[in-house]
Ligand binder design. Structure first.
Ligand code: KG4
Ligand code: ZN
Length: 353
C-alpha cells in the first residue's frame, strides 16, 4: 500500500522549511522561514546564526504545515529529512526534529540528499504546477544555487551521474560576491538580475571560466577576481547606470558559461530533456538564453516554479516519498554530513580534459 501523506523537513542551509505531500507527489503545504535579514549585515551566511534560527522556527513550522494542509498526524505515514550535504549545525536541527517525530509517532524515517531534492523538484505537483506530461527520465539537471553548480545525468530516480561541477565558487556565490562588491544587498543574485535588465551586456568584458575546455566543469573564481580589479578603477559609490552596466556584463559572463555547458552536455550525452533548478534558475537572462538554446537545438528545457527552485522541503518530500516507496528506511542512528556520500552519485569519466 502506498503512503498517504509524508512530512518533510529541510534545514541544510539558512532556510527552514516543512512540507506535507501526498502519495502522488502532490504538495499539500510548504511552510518556510527565511533568514535573509539575519545574515544580510554579514554579507553571507553565518552558520551558528543559521542553526540557532532553525531551532526557533522548526516546531512552529511543523504545526503550521499540518494546519495549512488540513492533514492530521493520524494520516502522516512517513518522515523525510535532509541529512546531507549542508551546514552541520543546520542539518542537525532538522534531523533531530525528524528523528523525534519518527520515534514518538512510530513512523518510518528516511534521510535525503539535498541535491537529490533539487534534481526531482521539477517533478513536483501542486494546484498551479505540474511537469509537462512528456518530461521523464532520463534528463539532464543543471543545479545552480548559492552552494552548488552541477550538471547531472538523471538516469532514473536514484541513479545520478555527475558530468560537470564547479571547481571553486558556485554560480549563486559568484552573483552574491559580486553584489557585495558593487554595494548591493544580500542575497545579491536577484538584485544583480534586476539591475542587469537595464544595463549594457557588452559594456565590460568579463572572463568566461573554462568556456573553451572540453569538460563540463565550471569555474567562477576568476570572474570574481576580474570584477574586483575592474572596480578599483571607479570611484565609490558607483552611479546607477554604471552599476547596471556592470551587472549586465557580469551576469552575461555567468549565463554564457552555463548555457555553453548545457549545450555541450546535450551533445555528449544525446539527452535533450533538461531541468534547470536551484535559486539561480530564477535568473531572467538564464531563462531567456535557455529558451533560445531550446528553440535552436530542439530541446525541452523546464524549470520548476520559483517556490520549488529555491531551497524547500517539498522537494525533499518527493525524494523521500519515492525512497520510502522503495522500502528504504533510515535508522535512528542516522547522522548528518557536510558532503554527499560516495553512493549518492557516480562521476563520469565522460568528459575529462
Ligand atoms: O537554491 P537557493 O535558494 O539556496 C541554496 O541552496 O544556495 O539559491 C540561492 C542562490 C543565491 O546565491 C541567490 O543570490 C541566487 O540563488 N539567486 C539568483 C537569483 N535569485 C536567487 N541568482 C541570479 N539571479 C536571480 N534572479
Ligand atoms: Zn539548495
Amino acid at each position: 500500500m502506498g503512503f498517504k501523506y509524508i512530512l518533510s523537513i529541510e534545514t541544510s542551509c539558512d532556510d527552514t522549511s516543512v512540507a506535507i505531500i501526498d502519495g502522488e507527489g502532490f504538495v499539500q503545504s510548504v511552510c518556510m522561514a527565511n533568514q535573509d535579514i539575519v545574515h544580510a549585515p554579514f554579507g553571507g551566511i553565518v552558520p551558528e546564526l543559521a542553526s540557532r534560527n532553525h531551532t526557533q522556527f522548526i516546531l512552529p513550522l511543523i504545526e503550521k504545515a499540518l494546519e495549512k494542509s488540513h492533514v492530521t498526524w493520524e494520516s502522516i505515514q512517513g518522515i523525510a529529512v535532509t541529512n546531507r550535504p549542508g551546514l552541520i549545525g543546520s542539518l542537525m536541527v532538522g534531523l533531530i526534529a525528524g528523528k523525534t517525530l519518527a520515534l514518538s509517532k512510530n513512523l518510518p524515517l528516511v534521510g535525503i540528499n539535498h541535491i537529490e531534492g533539487h534534481i526531482v523538484a521539477p517533478l513536483l505537483k501542486d494546484s498551479t504546477y505540474a511537469p509537462p506530461k512528456d518530461f521523464a527520465f532520463p534528463y539532464l539537471a543543471l543545479i545552480v544555487s548559492g552552494g552548488h553548480t552541477q550538471l547531472v545525468v538523471v538516469k532514473t530516480f536514484g541513479n545520478y551521474e555527475i558530468i560537470g561541477r564547479t571547481r571553486d565558487d558556485a554560480s549563486g556565490e559568484a552573483f552574491d560576491k559580486f553584489a557585495k562588491l558593487v554595494g548591493l544587498g544580500y542575497p545579491g543574485g536577484v538584485l544583480v538580475d534586476q539591475l542587469a535588465s537595464k544595463g549594457q551586456r557588452d559594456k565590460f568584458s568579463f572572463p568566461r571560466g573554462m568556456f573553451h575546455e572540453k569538460n563540463l566543469d565550471f569555474s567562477f573564481s576568476g570572474l570574481k577576481a576580474a570584477a574586483q580589479r575592474l572596480l578599483t578603477q571607479f570611484e565609490q559609490p558607483l552611479n546607477l547606470s554604471l552599476k547596471q552596466d556592470l551587472c549586465a556584463s557580469y551576469q552575461e559572463a555567468i549565463v554564457d558559461v552555463l548555457i555553453k555547458k548545457i549545450d555541450s552536455a546535450v551533445t555528449l550525452t544525446g539527452i535533450n530533456k533538461i531541468a534547470i533548478t536551484g535559486g539561480v534558475s530564477a535568473n531572467s537572462r538564464l531563462r531567456e538564453q535557455a529558451l533560445v538554446l531550446a528553440q535552436t537545438k530542439g530541446l525541452q528545457v523546464i524549470y520548476p516554479p520559483l517556490r520549488f527552485c529555491t531551497d524547500n522541503a517539498a522537494m525533499i518530500g518527493l525524494a523521500g516519498l519515492w525512497r520510502l516507496n522503495r522500502g528504504e528506511r533510515s535508522s535512528l542512528s542516522l547522522g548528518v554530513f557536510s558532503r554527499s556520500l560516495p553512493e549518492d552519485f557516480t562521476e563520469a569519466p565522460l568528459c575529462q580534459n
